[in-house]
Design a protein around this ligand. Structure first.
Ligand code: ZN
Length: 364
């Protein structure tokens, strides 16, 4: 593989994106080279760009990516399910790759927390092989990533969020124990909340209540399995808790998930639960997310509190199956509602950061 390709690079947080050319190299064993088809901007890309979480610079962002296989390195002829791969196939892959065996991956079965785990869109562009993020024409899928061939009937818009947004919510709804006949409260109806509601319904939830102050989100939520969307603005905490508990008889919600990134909502969420309920925290991805709550509520209510960050490779496979199997039931295609060229990465980032679009997509 000779030649070169373009990457939209930012030199420091909040600095303009500059499109630069970098050389491509031959794939090494365990690697795949793909032509990026689409990369959507996730909330964590925005946090990285704004300098609210450490990300090496000059950086290449983008980890919610799909691509078309250009070249398969030695030992890369099959995806994680054993389906044969060939040049021209569309693929998705895990947002992270691990350095090798570790106690975390082998014994604890939490590979996403392996020491030395690296994430796409989280490395300096100077690091080999330059192309390891979505904001470029190419990306190398590096060894010890998990890849999946995409079915022909799923569109790029439906497939791109699978490897971060959807897989994360597979992990969250599993951690929250959502099953047949259960009631769920989703705090935050952004992209994660909408996928979470839809997955909960597919898992058999009988009632999903969404909470979000943005009217447009509450309206859209009904399309994604939210039975009732509540506006928390101007509502005091006791009233909000009562409103939810009244709808989740006889004793409050089976599960609550926080996907809004606002730690202050956690105390109310805990009080919405029934005895023995489960609470999953998944949105507060930035450090220093302090919150104060009465620990006695946990004790007395036999509450299980879970933190969820990223996902196990099984959630990637489940996420793809979920979107493929439910694309007629839920309008996932609506969620990617802004498309931008590589040269327009700055505008894409601004529109995403200012919530002008639900999911901005770079189409290099
Ligand atoms: Zn993400």
């Amino acid at each position: 593989m000779a030649g070169s390709g373009k990457i939209a690079v930012y030199d420091a947080p909040n600095q303009p994106f500059v499109v630069r050319e970098y050389p491509l190299r031959r794939t090494r064993p365990g690697e795949m080279l793909v032509r990026v088809r689409m990369s959507t901007i996730c909330r964590s890309d925005i946090h990285s760009y704004e300098g609210r979480r450490p990300n090496p610079c000059p950086g290449v962002l983008g980890h919610e990516i799909i691509g078309t296989v250009v070249e398969l390195g030695e030992g890369c002829d099959r995806d994680m399910r054993g389906q044969p791969l060939a040049a021209g196939d569309r693929v998705t892959w895990s947002e992270y790759f691990i350095p090798g065996r570790s106690y975390q991956s082998e014994v604890l079965d939490i590979p996403q927390k392996s020491p030395g785990v690296e994430k796409y869109g989280h490395m300096a562009v100077t690091a080999d092989p330059h192309f390891h993020g979505g904001f470029g024409e190419y990306c190398y899928i590096l060894p010890r990533s998990w890849s999946l061939k995409l079915p022909a009937d799923i569109s790029d818009e439906e497939a791109t969020p699978v490897n971060c947004g959807v897989a994360t919510m597979m992990s969250v709804t599993e951690a929250a124990g959502i099953g047949m006949g259960q009631t769920l409260v989703v705090q935050g109806l952004g992209l994660l909340g909408l996928y979470g509601a839809a997955i909960a319904k597919a898992r058999g939830a009988r009632l999903v209540i969404g909470i979000d102050p943005v009217a447009a989100r509450r309206k859209l939520a009904s399309e994604f399995g939210v039975d009732e969307a509540i506006n928390p603005a101007g509502c005091d905490e006791a009233d909000l808790v009562r409103a939810v508990r009244d709808r989740c008889g006889p004793d409050g919600a089976d599960a609550v998930v926080e996907v809004c990134g606002v730690p202050e909502v956690i105390p109310a969420g805990l009080r919405m639960l029934r005895v023995g309920g489960r609470y999953a925290v998944a949105g507060v991805v930035n450090p220093e997310a302090w919150v104060r709550f009465d620990a006695h509520v946990l004790l007395r209510g036999l509450i299980t509190l879970r933190g969820v960050h990223n996902y196990h490779p099984r959630h990637l496979a489940q996420a793809l199956d979920f979107v493929t199997g439910n694309r007629m039931r839920f309008p996932f295609r609506w969620l990617v509602d802004g498309k931008y060229s590589l040269a327009d990465a700055g505008r894409a980032m601004r529109d995403a950061a200012q919530h002008r679009v639900l999911r901005a997509a770079i189409v290099p």
